[in-house]
Design a protein around this ligand. Structure first.
Ligand SMILES: O=C(O)CCC(=O)C(=O)O
Ligand SMILES: [Fe+2]
Length: 298
């Protein structure tokens, strides 16, 4: 059985760094408390219910999973208690901050680029959902990987935080992860018979899971209803997922703040595309999981 390290936030930051370097992931046993999770659920529920039955059909989402995007605005609890959590932020800074020295004539100049939030999204999977294919989320950034026996600083440009809105376990599609796979290269992955490589990141409410963007993982299968939802509630496995990326994954000029949308509508298609109004395949630069081109059509 592969190791999924479980640590308490009372342990030193270096233990979390070591666990992420070695296994590519770490579970925090006391990330938050049930009251805070209940508050996040309350804030997100209207948006989730507003989604109807149809789920998103993009990337690793095959049409069943319900999603709520724009979580930073829609849930102050997700924003300030989960995303802004000091442990997650310290780990993001450790793994994603870039500090590079370059030459300006014969003068050495050092610049620092801090991490950016890439997305904050709810994944709610209902019964009848099949498992996702195991994948790396840094596929979105076209990341390339060289097989290594040890972690080297700067290897990753994405760090994910998964906070469950309910207990997650194998039968309701807990995220499946492949500890150690962050050190694999880009050749065809060998998951063997899966029992020796893949583990269910089962979590109780209050726990959370952090993983590097190069770790193979995927939502698990939620085959049939467990009849465990409280009355009037829809049965679904809810996870709040946040990903930070390195700060250089952006344009030099922030086009969306520099050029008003009404004006952009009058530009030629090629200019609109180059300003970022067309998504990057797969899964980058979108609004509500859609290429922003639709906002220029209106
Ligand atoms: O829902 C999950 O457990 C994981 C979802 C995921 O990995 C994805 O959509 O990329
Ligand atoms: Fe994923």
């Amino acid at each position: 059985m592969p190791t999924l390290p479980r640590l308490s936030r009372s342990q030193p930051l270096s233990d979390f760094i070591q666990a992420l370097e070695k296994h590519g992931c770490v579970l925090i046993t006391d990330f938050t408390d049930p009251e805070t999770v209940a508050q996040a659920n309350k804030e997100v529920k209207p948006w989730l219910d507003g989604q109807g039955q149809a789920g998103a059909k993009v990337g690793a989402l095959s049409g069943n999973t319900q999603t709520v995007t724009r979580l930073i605005s829609r849930s102050p609890t997700v924003r300030e208690k989960f995303f802004a959590d000091s442990l997650y932020q310290s780990l993001s800074e450790h793994f994603l901050t870039l500090k590079t020295t370059t030459w300006y004539g014969d003068e050495a100049r050092t610049g620092q680029s801090d991490p950016l939030l890439s997305i904050a999204i709810t994944f709610a999977i209902p019964p009848g959902t099949s498992a996702q294919g195991l994948h790396r989320d840094d596929k979105n950034h076209h990341a390339r990987h060289v097989a290594a026996s040890e972690y080297s600083q700067g290897r990753d440009m994405l760090l994910g935080l998964f906070v469950p809105g309910c207990d997650t376990f194998r039968a309701n599609g807990a995220t499946r992860v492949v500890p150690g796979s962050h050190l694999w290269g880009d050749e065809t992955p060998d998951f063997g018979d899966q029992t020796s490589t893949v583990v269910d990141a089962e979590m109780k409410v209050g726990e959370a899971f952090i993983m590097l963007g190069s770790l193979y993982h995927g939502g698990g299968e939620y085959a049939k209803a467990l009849e465990n939802a409280s009355s009037g509630e829809m049965e679904r496995r809810i996870v709040y997922a946040m990903f930070s990326c390195s700060g250089v994954h952006r344009q030099e000029e922030v086009s969306f703040l520099s050029y008003p949308v009404e004006e952009v509508k009058t530009y030629s298609k090629v200019v609109q595309d180059r300003l970022g109004w067309k998504q990057s395949e797969p899964n980058l630069g979108w609004v509500e999981l859609k290429s922003p081109e639709f906002m220029l059509a209106a």
